[in-house]
Design a protein around this ligand. Structure first.
Ligand SMILES: [Zn+2]
Ligand SMILES: [Zn+2]
Length: 424
């Protein structure tokens, strides 16, 4: 019989090897669903947990189909694939029917769009579990999150007779690019939840450190921008063209010139700009991936409105057509202090936790905030924590890897918090 730690490492490495990016986690979802069902959970998958109207940043059906086929080749079960109906994500529920609160944990399961380093100094490659799916790599630790989730699932079933209330284990797709959580919220997945917890591993904190209240999550909007002009001969008929490259370049310069806001932090980024077809052609097309952020919904909205105005008028200035497509969005949502207190207490009880940071400014974005906010709106409590683990390279880097000891600590901490919150 393997120890818990060994089991978690096997799970994490399996998810790592078969990395699947947002909205394509078919094999990952199938494996999770299978395990949860075996353990005795009521399992919901795909369309049963996703409101398709609220889905953001999903690729076209043809690509989805190709990913489904790949997942089947890599061990996904046809039964689950059929039930998913083209959408990923899993929720495992245990309803004891004994009075008690409903507690939900959220684990994100998607990988990044990254090409994993294939050199011996990178442990996943050296030890044979680097991604076999070129262009998809777990470079943020969500493979670890999924493993922790299944570890908690098993640990809870070992004390099934003592459980009270209802427990929901949410395995969320497409966190990267903040695309997936809103669709689960809009399906009502957390509408009955009294306590909601989520965590991220790593983020610069070493193994042994827990940050009980990372604060300052930024609201964010992600958008794709398309400019369509008209190609023409750059020497013979430049006047007949409509230059989408110029429109886009002008927009980029002006996006960064949006005035900062007195009420709080703002961010703007154009992470990608592609334009044109060749040296002597007036560029007929341009494509940009942009994002705005703000320390509150209002400030992010201010940034997005300003960005929208600039994108629109840059297009008009150069007489090109434009289309702006929202592909991701997250809100700001502070943790409830009552839950933070429980996190501090339970962390301090664990031998593997040496240092508990109470409140630390974080400043990133996370779409768990959609779930947190809905729980709070319905009268429940929610919190988010960071579980430090030593990392080999920054998050999203092609050499990302982490100290797997955090997996067991994660299971203990979530497990103990559920016991505490559900009065066991
Ligand atoms: Zn990430
Ligand atoms: Zn992440």
């Amino acid at each position: 019989m393997n120890t818990l730690k060994e089991k978690l490492v096997v799970l994490r490495r399996d998810f790592h090897k078969y990395a699947e990016a947002g909205w394509t986690e078919f094999r990952t979802s199938s494996k999770i669903a299978d395990r949860l069902e075996t353990l005795g959970y009521d399992v919901l998958v795909g369309k049963e947990v996703i409101n398709t109207e609220a889905v953001m940043g999903r690729m076209d059906e043809e690509k989805i189909q190709r990913h489904i086929e790949r997942a089947l080749c890599q061990g996904a079960d046809q039964k689950w694939i059929d039930r998913m109906e083209g959408y990923t994500g899993v929720v495992g529920i245990v309803d004891t029917k004994i009075p008690g609160p409903t507690t939900a944990l959220r684990f994100d399961i998607d990988s990044n769009d990254a090409i994993e380093m294939e050199e011996d100094h990178h442990r996943p490659y050296r030890e044979g579990f680097s991604s076999v799916n070129k262009g998809a790599m777990h470079a943020c630790g969500h493979d670890g999150h999924a493993a922790i989730g299944l570890g908690v699932a098993e640990a809870l079933m070992e004390i099934k007779d003592q459980l009270k209330g209802k427990i929901k284990l949410i395995f969320q797709p497409a966190e990267e690019g903040v695309r997936g959580a809103k669709a689960m919220v809009e399906k009502g997945i957390v509408d009955d939840v009294d306590n909601f917890l989520a965590a991220h591993i790593g983020f610069g904190y070493p193994i042994g450190t827990v940050v009980a209240k990372p604060s300052g999550f930024l609201c964010t909007t992600k958008a794709n921008v398309f400019y369509k002009g008209k190609g023409s001969h750059a020497g013979g008929a430049p006047n007949e063209g409509k230059n989408a490259l110029l429109a886009a370049s002008s927009a980029v310069m002006n996006l960064y010139a949006i005035p900062r806001h007195n009420d709080g932090a703002t961010r703007i980024n154009v992470g990608r700009l592609q334009a044109g077809v060749g040296r002597n052609v007036i560029a007929p097309n341009a494509f940009m991936e942009i994002e705005t952020r703000g320390s509150s919904d209002e400030i992010n909205q201010y940034m997005y409105n300003q960005a929208h105005r600039i994108l629109e008028h840059s297009a008009k200035m150069y007489d090109v057509d434009y289309k702006i497509e929202k592909v991701g969005e997250a809100v700001a949502c502070p943790s409830d202090d009552e839950l933070v207190e429980e996190i501090i207490k339970e962390s301090q009880k664990l031998k593997s936790v040496l240092n508990v940071e109470k409140e630390v400014y974080f400043g990133g974005s996370e779409d768990a905030t959609w779930l947190m906010k809905r729980v709070q709106e319905k009268g429940g409590k929610s919190a988010y924590m960071l579980l430090g683990t030593t990392i080999a390279a920054p998050h999203h880097n092609e050499c990302f890897d982490f100290d797997e000891d955090i997996l067991e600590t994660g299971v203990f901490l979530f497990g103990n918090l559920i016991k505490k919150l559900n009065g066991i």
